[in-house]
Design a protein around this ligand. Structure first.
Ligand SMILES: CCCCCCCCCCCCC/C=C/C(=O)SCCNC(=O)CCNC(=O)[C@H](O)C(C)(C)COP(=O)(O)OP(=O)(O)OC[C@H]1O[C@@H](n2cnc3c(N)ncnc32)[C@H](O)[C@@H]1OP(=O)(O)O
Length: 297
């Protein structure tokens, strides 16, 4: 029994790891014990070593309030694999599922999108801010995803959540907010289901297909939602001068949030196609087995 900071370097052989967190994806206590004679079938899935240096199998289950997870790994390298599993948070699909259910329930009860953002904003801000960890994963090499691709994707969403939708209350009931909320949610449920089932080596074709097809529609829809929301915010930002710094001031600097928003909107023109074509290349590679040599970002 130990905490997250067990001396991984001192371990050898295979280990089964079991953890419990206060809520899905949060850090929590982890128990480790040698897997020999130990790994039982977990929820019908047999954990077995397949010689990978990343977690061989991982399974997470629980409720909205806490989460259990099991995984089995080999320590033939001294990579902190357990930490890797924890921070990768394969339960994120369920966190986004919580958001999806909250949105559907709200719409069924109220019959309107007005007030939807307000009702899900805490959950959204929490999950989306946690997505910053994705950039950290790329930076420290836990996942092979391009830092630039993940960085643009995550930072644009964080920007939308905190500096646009959270900060500019009059736009929170715009239909465009629903557009990006729905496309982000469906995308993340699919994406994290894909990662989870891939790690389990039981990837249903539908999940794989969905991961590499849904984006064809959801990406433009999400981006349209984001751009329309920023556009709707412009008059308010201009009128209030929010987040702007006017001259004269003692630092002799000026900043105009209105123009910053315009520049951000313009930056979608070169950046979005890069992300979209990246996904189209991934699609050809994963679904059609094409060998694609990508330029280093
Ligand atoms: C300050 C203001 C800045 C503003 C900037 C403005 C400009 C913005 C321009 C554009 C903005 C776009 C905004 C986006 C909006 C939306 O999201 S709309 C909704 C639709 N969105 C999508 O469909 C997103 C699709 N895109 C992606 O999924 C991504 O591009 C990606 C996730 C960032 C990268 O995908 P990809 O290159 O395919 O890599 P990965 O999926 O990460 O896979 C690489 C390998 O790594 C493994 N892996 C990754 N993460 C995990 C994990 N958590 N657990 C386990 N494994 C993981 C993965 O399995 C792959 O492994 P291999 O298969 O072995 O290679």
């Amino acid at each position: 029994m130990g905490s997250l900071f067990l001396p991984f370097g001192a371990l050898s052989d295979r280990f089964l790891c079991m953890g419990m967190t206060p809520y899905p994806g949060a850090p929590g206590l982890v128990s480790l014990w040698p897997s020999s004679g130990c790994p039982p079938p977990v929820a019908g899935l047999r954990l077995q070593d397949n010689g990978l240096t990343r977690p061989n199998k991982q399974l997470a289950f629980g409720s909205e309030h806490f989460s259990f997870f099991f995984f089995c790994f080999s320590t033939d390298t001294f990579e902190p694999i357990c930490v890797k599993c924890l921070v990768l948070g394969q339960v994120r699909d369920r966190r986004w599922l919580v958001l999806a259910i909250a949105m559907v329930r709200f719409y069924m009860e109220k019959g309107t999108h007005k007030g939807l953002y307000k009702s899900v904003q805490k959950t959204l801000k929490f999950f989306q801010t946690f997505a910053l960890l994705e950039i950290v994963h790329c930076l420290i090499g836990i996942v092979p995803t391009s830092v630039i691709v993940a960085g643009v994707q995550v930072s644009s969403r964080i920007f939308m959540v905190w500096l646009v939708t959270h900060s500019i209350k009059p736009i929170q009931n715009e239909e465009s907010v629903v557009l990006f909320l729905v496309s982000w949610t469906v995308t993340e449920i699919t994406r994290y289901s894909f990662y989870t089932f891939s790690l389990l080596d039981h990837l249903p074709y539908f999940i794989k297909w969905a991961r590499y097809n849904f984006f064809i529609i959801l990406y433009p829809v999400g981006v349209a939602g984001e751009l329309l929301t920023i556009y709707a915010a412009l008059p308010y930002v201009k009128k209030t001068g929010m987040f702007s710094i006017r001259l004269p001031n003692k630092y002799n600097i000026s900043f105009d949030y209105y123009y910053f928003l315009l520049i951000t909107m313009a930056s979608y023109i070169p950046l979005f196609p890069q992300l979209y074509f990246h996904m189209l290349r991934q699609r050809r590679k994963v679904l059609h087995g094409e060998v694609i040599v990508e330029k280093d970002d």
